[in-house]
Design a protein around this ligand. Structure first.
Ligand code: NDP
Length: 529
């Protein structure tokens, strides 16, 4: 039953449905099913371009009044949203758990807590972070400058299904703090979670139209990009990202691209075996592996390879799998059947090319969509499981002879979002981390950086560009504008202005040499005369 809503959809690069070519542009409804049970949870409309435009227009009007408020006042009001999220935490957790199929622990810690923390931290620090910033001019000492952070207008946010609350809400909060409005297009498979957030927001007394939601398939996302929004924050797959970036480029709309990942984990010879094993299991199977920063490949040093693999197998074997809305389980559901097919394809390809199936490898009977946490050994880069995004509960292991070999394999990827290094030597770990081609590298932990909302998050290579989270990303959500003004009462005419003459050019050339010749001060002055 859980498959009913998705059966007619086309797979994307990873084989996942939901890339904007599988649904109508308008009309009808989308049904949201619980992946853990197949239960129908609700229905939302497929909104047409004109309906999207209306939501954006209302947001624009609300923003006009919101954007002129002082940052401190906006932040003070936004803390009401934090309080409402705290008050409704169980309700939000329940909605996420049912719609996304993830355990309540993860819905609370990876999603609800993160947004409460985001609001608490940035509502406290934004007045200072977004205060006008004076610039010391090194050359034009007779003038002064400052940069101020103006609201952009309406921010379009297009988000995926795997973190249906924390991903869009982090962007919404950043937009609102910086004085913009936000309109979210959620994934077609998890629209109810953001609508729950919207309902909670509406109860806070904040201007309702400032935060809009448009539901639908890819064409609704496309309509949002074309609606005149002033910036787009897109989180999703690489192939959809290309289309979204092209659509933004055609309209010169600035955009942030948060795309796929293929996080490597390097287990050095001196890694703490027990911690590394636990981290691999958590980092590989949290959210059933459906995270852009999941541990997607392990490069273990030959000295610890066998022991580490054995311990990971033991720990994985003890995981409980099932519908997290009914039971306390560790690993929940797979969002839709196509993700299971992708997992099966990766495993089949790996086994054909010489990998060893250490554990798992099978889907579990329904109701609901489940796949066993799977460990593969003796993997190589000939196998798709080591080179393409899995987005499912599979952890492939490769044996390496040195850290250099691990590093070179870790960097042999078109993606570069997150990476992990495990070693008891923290300094060596950080040195290795700096050489890994990824937006964030974590030493001796996994997934944690997404929860550190004051650190920049985002990818390099085909994992995207731009950042969310962190002070710079908050400033970037606003528009940095520059004002330059006179320091002293200015003369009627500047010496650089018209009319030009041979004499003035001569003085300019002498001045130029004085400033930029590499000689000493006395020689430079002498050169002028
Ligand atoms: P998709 O790329 O399929 O979809 C992402 C969003 O884009 C959805 O809301 C989708 O709508 C919408 N969309 C689809 N086509 C268009 C279009 N032409 N114009 C505008 N919007 C469109 O990703 P998934 O939802 O399947 O999410 C999984 C992917 O997201 C993985 O690759 C994962 O790595 C990545 N991801 C990246 C993160 C990061 O921070 N870097 C974090 C989390 C996930 P609809 O669903 O209705 O088709």
């Amino acid at each position: 039953m859980g498959a009913v809503a998705f059966e007619q959809r086309e797979p994307n690069e990873q084989g996942a449905v939901g890339q904007g070519n599988g649904g109508p542009a308008a009309g009808g409804t989308i049904r949201s099913y619980a992946p853990g049970s197949g239960e129908l949870l609700g229905e939302v409309p497929v909104m047409s371009p004109s309906e999207v435009l209306a939501v954006v227009e209302r947001a624009r009007k609300a923003q006009a009044a919101w954007g002129v408020l002082p940052v401190a006042e906006r932040c003070e009001r936004l803390l009401r949203l934090r309080d409402a999220i705290v008050d409704h935490a169980e309700d939000i957790v329940e909605t996420i758990t049912r719609e996304c199929g993830k355990p309540r622990h993860e819905a609370l810690t990876h999603e609800v807590t993160l947004i409460a923390d985001f609001l608490t931290h940035y509502c406290r620090h934004a007045p200072q972070l977004l205060a006008p910033r004076p610039l010391d001019l090194h050359l034009l000492k007779h003038r002064k400058s400052y940069v101020h952070y103006a609201p952009r207008g309406v921010i379009g946010i297009i988000s995926p299904w795997n973190y249906p609350f924390s991903i869009p809400m982090g962007d919404v909060v950043a937009a609102l703090i910086t004085g913009s409005a936000a309109v979210v297009k959620p994934s077609e498979v998890t629209p109810l979670t953001i609508l729950k957030a919207k309902a909670i927001y509406n109860g806070t007394g904040l201007p309702e139209d400032l935060f809009g939601v448009v539901t639908g398939y890819g064409p609704t996302g496309q309509a949002l990009i074309e609606s005149g929004v002033h910036k787009v924050v897109f989180t999703g797959g690489v192939e959809t990202g290309r289309r979204v970036a092209a659509a933004c480029g055609a309209r010169l709309v600035p955009c942030v691209m948060e795309l796929g990942g293929k996080a490597p984990l390097i287990a050095c010879a001196d890694a703490d075996l027990e911690r590394t094993a636990h981290a691999i299991v958590y980092g590989g199977f949290s959210n059933a592996g459906q995270a852009c920063i999941s541990v997607e490949r392990v490069y273990a040093h030959k000295d610890i390879y066998a022991k580490l693999l054995h311990r990971v197998k033991e720990l994985t074997a003890s995981l409980r799998i099932g519908d997290p809305s009914k039971d306390y389980v560790d690993v929940g559901a797979i969002i839709f059947p196509k993700q299971i097919e992708i997992a099966e394809r990766h495993i089949e390809d790996a086994l054909q090319k010489g990998a060893e199936l250490v554990l798992g490898g099978q889907k579990r009977p329904g109701p609901g969509q489940f796949f066993e946490p799977t460990i593969l050994a003796n993997c190589t880069h000939e196998m798709t499981v080591m080179t393409q995004e899995i987005f499912g509960p599979i952890v492939p292991f490769a044996r390496v002879s040195s850290e250099e070999e691990a590093l070179s394999l870790a960097n042999a990827s078109h993606l570069g979002l997150n990476a992990y290094v495990f070693t008891k030597d923290r300094d060596r770990g950080c040195a290795l981390a700096e050489r890994i081609e990824a937006g964030s590298v974590v030493v001796n932990d996994v997934l944690i950086n997404y929860g550190a909302i004051d650190t920049p998050f985002g990818g390099i290579k085909q994992s995207g560009f731009g950042r969310v989270h962190g002070d710079d990303a908050l400033r970037d959500m606003a528009e940095a504008r520059h004002v330059n003004y006179d320091r002293f009462s200015p003369p009627e005419r500047d010496p650089l202005w018209f009319p030009y003459s041979a004499k003035s050019l001569g003085w300019l050339m002498r001045g130029f040499r004085l400033l930029f010749s590499g000689k000493g001060v006395v020689q430079r002055i002498g050169q002028i005369f």
